[in-house]
Design a protein around this ligand. Structure first.
Ligand code: SF4
Ligand code: SF4
Length: 65
């Protein structure tokens, strides 16, 4: 399953990804960086495409076994 992954050191906490996520899977943690709830993320890449800082990648994550 593909999930969004944020480079939190480079994130500028602009909130664009949070607004664009159709699953409300992203929240801005303490106004510092974007945090992805992988249980909600469906890997649609909308956040990756719209992040102005290009710090989100949608990557394959192994399911917990
Ligand atoms: S859109 Fe990009 S820079 Fe803005 S909060 Fe989301 S991850 Fe951070
Ligand atoms: S990939 Fe889609 S569902 Fe997942 S965090 Fe980004 S916008 Fe939300």
């Amino acid at each position: 399953m593909k999930k969004a992954s944020v480079n939190q050191r480079e994130c500028v906490a602009c909130g664009v990804c949070e607004k664009n996520c159709p699953r409300q899977a992203i929240t801005i943690f303490h106004g510092i960086y974007a945090d992805v709830n992988e249980d909600l993320c469906i890997g649609c890449k909308r956040c990756q495409k719209t992040c102005p800082a290009s710090v989100i990648q949608v990557v394959l994550k192994e399911a917990a076994s």
